[in-house]
Design a protein around this ligand. Structure first.
Ligand code: UT7
Length: 327
């Protein structure tokens, strides 16, 4: 038996600048009506020139430490979940470590696309549960605006920037977190990918001209995958908790598309109010989305003592996962 792992606090941060559907009407051939009816997204926050991923990660991490009443020097490990770090080396977690002055912490980045936050929580909890760390700061932070093709109407309206964070630890206080479930299927990478900029296809004048540094996605395929996996994840989490999906107090899903969430609600016979949704105001912020939603749900008093809260996410890779928090 390992050490019981607790969620000690959450935090989040989104940049000030907002892109509305009206802004997209001026950029590509689209309409507020299409975006609202097909996605449920009204606005997204995006970084301004000169701002960077680590600025958001630091702020979200700081807010989570404040909520958990943990000093930076008491953090043993920092995990930043992102596929849009400031640069490839050093990793984003090292930038955060330095700016938070977390002088006793190790630092690593995790890339599991939209499943990043749940993957980060899983790996952070493994460190706490095995006794290798007492306090782990897990931050999910993404700047999708810097890898979005604002000439591609099929993807550009979906994405936003933001960061969410959680502090994991052991001992008294906090909320029990567990039942970590992670899966991947890497057999179809091109369903959602950024072809260039890695070591396989390094940046060149050609890759830039062909716009290969932007997200490419087969929207319909990802949609079907997302609905199937979300249903499986919720059913699995409920079964392992010995309850029915209808008995879950709050599902905090990856904020991908209102229609995807609606499809899961209907097929599982659940109620809409069992799901915390804020994608209308932030769009899809990939790894950060479930982290921002969890922090907002906590701050808005949507989570109460005794509640069973299930986090679910799915995304590029493909990757998918869930975890359950007993509040
Ligand atoms: O975190 C995982 C990331 N992935 C996602 O968030 C994506 C999941 N997929 C989706 O959310 C949906 O597939 C989309 C919102 C991307 C697209 O919705 P859809 O209902 O699957 O539309 P579609 O791709 O089947 O396209 C329907 C039509 C097409 O026109 P034609 O071929 O029927 O004439 C598209 O060209 O809608 C057109 N379209 C647009 N029209 C106006 C695509 N994007 C837009 C747009 N504005 N922004």
């Amino acid at each position: 038996m390992g050490t019981a792992v607790k969620l000690l606090g959450t935090g989040s941060f989104v940049p000030e600048r907002v892109l509305t559907n009206a802004d997209f009407e001026r950029m590509v051939d689209t309409s507020d009506e299409w975006i609202m009816s097909r996605t449920g997204i009204r606005e997204r926050h995006v970084l301004s020139d000169g701002e960077k991923n680590s600025d958001m990660a630091v702020q979200a991490g700081y807010n989570a430490l404040q909520a958990a009443h943990i000093a930076p020097e008491d953090v043993d490990h920092i995990i930043v979940c992102t596929f849009t770090p400031d640069m490839l080396v050093p990793n984003c977690a090292c930038v955060v470590q330095s700016r938070l002055d977390a002088v006793n912490a190790g630092a690593v980045d995790i890339n599991a696309a939209c499943t990043g936050f749940i993957s980060g929580l899983t790996h952070g909890a493994a460190l706490v549960g095995s006794g290798q760390a007492r306090r782990v700061l897990v931050i999910a932070s993404e700047v999708l605006s810097r890898v979005t093709d604002y000439q591609d109407r099929g993807t550009c309206v979906l994405f936003g920037d933001g960061a969410g964070a959680a502090v994991l630890g052991s001992g008294d206080g906090g909320h029990a977190i567990g039942d970590f479930f992670l899966r991947a299927d890497g057999s179809n990478p091109e369903a959602l990918w950024i072809p260039a900029g890695g070591s396989n296809l390094p940046a060149s004048a050609n890759t830039v001209a062909e716009r290969l540094h932007f997200i490419k996605m087969n929207g319909r395929e990802v949609f079907k995958f997302a609905v199937t996996r979300m249903i499986e994840l919720i059913e699995g989490a409920a079964e392992r908790a010995g309850i029915k999906p209808g008995d879950i107090d709050l599902v905090v899903p990856h904020q991908v598309n209102q229609r995807i969430i609606q499809a899961a609600v209907e097929r599982l016979g659940m109620r809409e109010e069992q799901f915390y949704c804020n994608l209308e105001w932030y769009g899809n912020t990939s790894a950060a989305s479930a982290a921002i939603a969890l922090d907002e749900a906590v701050r808005k008093g949507r989570v109460k003592a005794g509640n069973t809260v299930v986090l679910v996410a799915f995304g590029g890779g493909f990757t998918w996962g869930s975890t359950t928090i007993k509040w």
